[in-house]
Design a protein around this ligand. Structure first.
Ligand code: GLU
Length: 267
């Protein structure tokens, strides 16, 4: 009887040890974005190429902008060098797909935190606050979002403005484009009466072009943050990124970058 009991005890112990090891193994094989990037020796970041001054290609054919500089700041902190980052172009409509396919480690692309996105993504702390506005052809009768009733407005697929436009002016016709370049060309060709998007992006389109005007009113609060795949794999990198953002705010680095790009409105 005692023998049988001892045998049973040994079996239970062996089983428990096995479970503990399996648990450990399970912990070990959870992907860890920070670890993967560190082993690779560089970050891979999804950025815009059509949203001056956040993410664009400059006259030398290089990635440039506030979002790009933020990525370089993170690379400098992690790897000691700003060039330890590979940029992958994304649009508002394909950025989440590129993140979840593993093509990129994170999205730094004028992306607002929203309740619906929080169900699918993990975000860093905000690094910029934008607000939705209207860009119109100069001299247009459109003076505010209500004037778009029965008119046509342009939005970019996958961006937050389509939803807010539908809610504010349900009977406005909406024309969607994939990029801000296409949206801008369509406005100038008078295919619609306004572009509805973030002021930060519309300012970039209006700066060098007197034939379009950014209207003064803002219709939403858009906190820009860095987006990651949801879950444990992103915990370590988000902790690092939040520390970098916090230190950059505290020591004035983020303000300095905003001044450099002419967007110094961080709240
Ligand atoms: N911030 C808005 C968004 O996340 C618009 C900018 C964009 O198209 O990325 O949808």
């Amino acid at each position: 009887m005692i023998k049988r009991f001892l045998l049973l005890l040994v079996c239970v112990m062996v089983f428990c040890c096995g479970c503990a090891n399996m648990g450990k193994l399970k912990n070990d094989i959870v992907a860890n974005t920070l670890e993967i990037a560190t082993n690779r020796g560089k970050l891979i970041v999804g950025v815009k190429t059509d949203t001056f001054p956040f993410g664009y290609i400059n006259e030398n054919g290089e990635y440039a902008g506030y979002d790009i500089d933020l990525a370089k700041l993170i690379a400098t902190d992690i790897f000691g060098k700003p060039d330890k980052v590979e940029f992958v172009p994304v649009t508002a409509s394909d950025r989440m797909m590129k993140l979840y396919s593993g093509e990129i480690d994170m999205i730094i692309a004028t992306m607002s935190i929203t309740p619906s996105r929080l169900k699918l993504l993990d975000f860093s702390d905000p690094y910029y606050i934008a607000g939705q506005a209207l860009l119109v052809n100069t001299g247009s009768d459109i003076k505010g979002i209500r004037d778009l009733e029965g008119k046509k407005a342009i939005t970019v697929f996958g961006s937050t403005s389509e939803k807010s436009l539908r809610m504010a002016v349900p009977n406005a016709g909406i024309i969607g484009y994939k990029t801000y370049d296409e949206a801008y060309k369509a406005l100038k060709a008078k295919k619609a009466d306004a572009i509805v998007s973030d002021d930060s992006i519309l300012i970039g389109l209006s700066l060098k072009d007197a034939s379009v005007t950014l209207l003064p009113k803002r219709y939403s609060r858009e906190p820009y943050a860095i987006a990651f795949r949801k879950g444990r794999e992103s915990e370590d990198i988000i902790r690092v990124v939040n520390r970098i953002i916090e230190e950059s705010v505290r020591y004035g680095k983020l303000h300095e970058l905003q001044r450099k790009h002419g967007i110094n409105n961080y709240q």
